[in-house]
Design a protein around this ligand. Sequence first.
Ligand code: SF4
Ligand code: SF4
Length: 82
Amino acid sequence: ALMITSECINCDVCEPECPNQAISMGEDYYVIDPARCTECVGHFGEPQCVQVCPVECIPVHPEHVESPAQLHHKYEQLQAEA
Ligand code: SF4
Ligand code: SF4
């Protein structure tokens, strides 16, 4: 899963781009729910939030480093929920 750092300027452009509804407004800036972020695996070849973020504040979450197989499994679980 990816994460949003405090460099976020709350520009709002990433939130509607997320195919998993993983992004929401947090207390001070936008946040990503690691349980819903597949790094866009299953939907797109590249993380869509990273593509649109103007300040490059969306790195991999150091506590949620996942393999492509794990991310794909999460994608399938989210699809089953929907
Ligand atoms: Fe959503 Fe994709 Fe960004 Fe994860 S990488 S928060 S799934 S847009
Ligand atoms: Fe914050 Fe980047 Fe999302 Fe804009 S695109 S709200 S700066 S994380």
